[in-house]
Design a protein around this ligand. Structure first.
Ligand code: HSE
Length: 436
């Protein structure tokens, strides 16, 4: 059988990795896919570099439209990123009856509903394993391996940049700005790291996982997003003393009244395996009703780890291309006519535990005032830490870990605590998940 023909849009780091791995492992991949997979065309604005990276082994063009409109191309790989031109090209490729493989989580988190609908109507596949947690086959696991389960919750370290920064802050006791600069120097963080450090990238990824896990539309606009820019080294140190690590988690949880969908810094017990995922590594913990907890660990970015996911999608499509659309694995795991309209909960309705750091004047009755407010709000205290003031100081920190409560209770209690005359400045609040 003739090889399936692929057109690659954008040959940067991941594109070059895909080209190289496909070439290196072509015999093995052909044995698995049942036929050869050939990158026949590459589109990139930097034609000279694209020619060099592909050793002149395929046609290189600067206009990506030549690929999405080409009658011989069966699959389009979109590695341009963003939701401007990338969306245009993906929609054109679908309209032209081509299958699409993309690593573009931002595009799918923002426009997934429209893209999957168009693909469904046209009978083509849009595959996106590389969009979540790089080389970890988490989409495959959720959509197929765990298909027997009612998924209860997912918690993932799905942004390597922020995990690297948090690991460095903890190991070296450095503050956020210093470590960010170091991460940029080492190439871990982008020149514009906004999407990573503000939690947007993690929220894109958890939005996609939530859709697949619960059979709901992709709803990034309803996700709660909080990054790590305001985290202080002092909170990482206190968390450590209490037996916790702080990680940026993407969390999706099914509750009786809706779905929690959120990405934010989170205390997790240091003894959990996922708490020990360090540096730029990713990990996703999934709780299913039948299987219990399963943990997936690996590289969330990089040329060949991401290429591994892109090529897995190419092989899947090559195998499935002949199956009729109704009998393929659905894009969001559930059949399009069986999607649920379970609401995404507003943040005030979520239930979790909390770490509170309260700066106080070291005066009689200050602790009693704080605990009275928490008790009145029916917030139960799980642990507490108070150090004597440093030499020559009259202020100190009170650290409180609460049991589970609704976010709105904590919000209300914080307003009252901050109004106490003995409390200095704002209360630092970080959510805490036991993940048990
Ligand atoms: N910027 C992402 C991260 C990698 O830091 O994990 C690609 O998803």
């Amino acid at each position: 059988m003739k090889p399936i023909k692929v057109g690659l849009l954008g040959i940067g780091t991941v594109g070059a990795g895909t080209f190289n791995v496909l070439k290196r492992n072509q015999e093995e991949i052909k044995r698995r896919a049942g036929r050869g997979i050939e990158i026949a065309m590459v589109a990139d604005l930097n034609i000279a570099r694209a020619r060099e990276l592909t050793n002149n082994e395929c046609e290189v063009v600067s206009d990506a439209n030549l690929i999405v409109n080409h009658p011989d191309i069966d699959i389009v790989i979109e590695l341009i990123g963003g939701y401007g031109i990338a969306k245009d090209l993906v929609m054109k490729a679908i309209a032209n009856g081509k299958h699409v493989v993309t690593a573009n989580k931002a595009l799918l988190a923002m426009h997934g509903t429209e893209i999957f609908k168009a693909a469904q109507e046209k009978g083509v596949i849009v595959a996106f394993e590389a969009a979540v947690a790089g080389g970890i086959p988490i989409i495959k696991a959720l959509r197929e391996g765990l298909t027997a389960n009612r998924i209860e919750w997912i918690a993932g370290i799905i942004n390597g940049t922020t995990n690297f920064i948090l690991s460095e802050m903890r190991d070296k006791g450095l503050d956020f700005d210093t470590v960010l600069k170091e991460a940029q120097r080492l190439g871990y963080a982008e020149a514009d790291p906004t999407f990573d450090i503000e939690g947007i990238d993690a929220a894109h990824k958890v939005t996609l996982m939530a859709a697949i896990a619960f059979g709901i539309p992709v709803q990034f606009d309803k996700a709660y997003v909080e990054g790590i820019t305001k985290l202080e080294a002092t909170d990482i140190r206190y968390a450590d003393q209490l037996g916790y690590r702080i990680k940026l988690l993407g969390i999706a949880r099914r509750t009786s009244h809706g779905i929690e969908l959120r990405a934010h810094p989170t205390l997790i017990p240091a003894k959990r395996l996922i708490a020990n995922v360090e540096g730029a590594m990713n990990a996703v913990l999934v709780q299913g009703d039948a299987v219990g907890a399963t943990l997936y660990y690996g590289k969330g970015a990089g040329a060949e780890p991401t290429a591994s996911a892109v090529i897995a999608d190419l092989v899947d499509i090559t195998r499935l291309a002949t199956a009729d659309p109704e009998h393929r694995v659905p894009h969001l795991a559930f059949q399009p006519n069986a999607m649920a309209d379970t609401p995404i909960l507003p943040m005030s309705e979520i239930t979790t535990s909390y770490y509170l750091r309260i700066r106080v004047a070291d005066k009689l009755g200050v602790l009693a005032g704080v605990t009275r407010i928490l008790a009145d709000a029916t917030i139960s205290i799980d642990a507490m830490l108070q150090k004597e003031p440093a030499e020559g100081e009259t202020q100190t920190d009170i650290i409180i870990l609460t049991h589970q409560t609704q976010e709105k209770n904590v919000d209300a209690a914080i307003v009252k605590i901050e109004a106490l005359p003995t409390v200095v400045g704002n209360v630092a609040r970080i959510r805490l998940e036991a993940l048990s």
